[in-house]
Design a protein around this ligand. Sequence first.
Ligand code: ATP
Ligand code: MG
Length: 357
Amino acid sequence: MNKQESSKVQLSGVVKKFGDNTVLHGIDLDIKAGSLTTLLGPSGCGKTTILRLIAGLELPTSGKVILGDEDVSILSASQRDVAMVFQSYALFPHMTVGQNVGYGLKMQGVAKDLRTQRVKDALDSVGLDGFQKRFIDQMSGGQQQRVAVARALILQPKVMLFDEPLSNLDSKLRRQMREDIRRLQQDLGVTSVYVTHDQDEALAVSDDVVVMKDGEIAQQGTPKELYLQPNSKFVATFMGDANIVEGKVVATGEHSQLSIDSITVKTDKPMPAEYMDKTIEIAIRPEALSLTATDNSVAGLPVTILTKAYIGAAIEYSVQWHTQELFLVSATGNQEFNIGDDAKVFITPPGIAPIFT
Ligand SMILES: Nc1ncnc2c1ncn2[C@@H]1O[C@H](COP(=O)(O)OP(=O)(O)OP(=O)(O)O)[C@@H](O)[C@H]1O
Ligand SMILES: [Mg+2]
């Protein structure tokens, strides 16, 4: 299939109420043309509602939805160039694969010959050309998922929406499918908004991630920005594992530094001058912490090993530091420690994010 024209998507001040229940509290969201942007957040935070508003399956209570340069806020779904892939696939079980994929074109009155060719192209792009005559219930879960993607693609939408498209698949297939969807999305350059519960999936496939909480956007950024520079405890702990510790700001500006217990660490995130000498929370990723022997001269936090677990390429430790437990991951091959050992923990950037607002 050819690379198509893609559109940016913008939500501006979008409020959505169901009766008295406000589920979106003024969402401002910019989704770049041709990007894959993931919405991530706890159940009930409003992810599906945002997709449905973009698709035109719901209308905003107030605020605007803009596709490309067009304000589509009050247009119906059929008036928008948007296609959605659902978690349940929503395929027609009594139709063949070819009929399912070609259904949208038939409704548009596209002639049979052209339809046959476009069904072939769409199925080819998901690796299923030749399956046209099979019935849906003769296809595996992963194949049904591909049929659902082909059915959305064939309409050459300006925007594709995916609502937890892989959650019915086992973890190995999920990994493969997410890579396939990402490759297809990049080949076609189609703007895509992708909803998932799975942080690894979000980090792996996205240009941008939007973390939501209670009908609001907690933070938007690249996967790396969100992982390394979360702006809140919520985002830090929602995007992977984080140790939350207290520390004092001892240098601000471009070369910010924090002191934690007896050690001083640099941070990549510039801090405003008014934070000087303040005690703040700091999110530290497990891989930014390393263990060393107590007689090593390196400055470190005094700890005792609590638990140790092999996970193949690495060893996970939890350690007691004063009244707090820390979690860290050490590559196999590093010096090993046993439960009950005293040790020192030192901290290496990146992966150290001061949390301030
Ligand atoms: N048609 C509706 N009528 C009333 N309330 C609704 C409707 N659709 C959604 N809601 C409510 O809006 C809130 C957000 O729902 P939404 O489906 O967007 O959440 P979500 O983030 O997709 O959650 P999940 O991860 O569980 O799919 C929920 O509290 C839900 O109960
Ligand atoms: Mg949902």
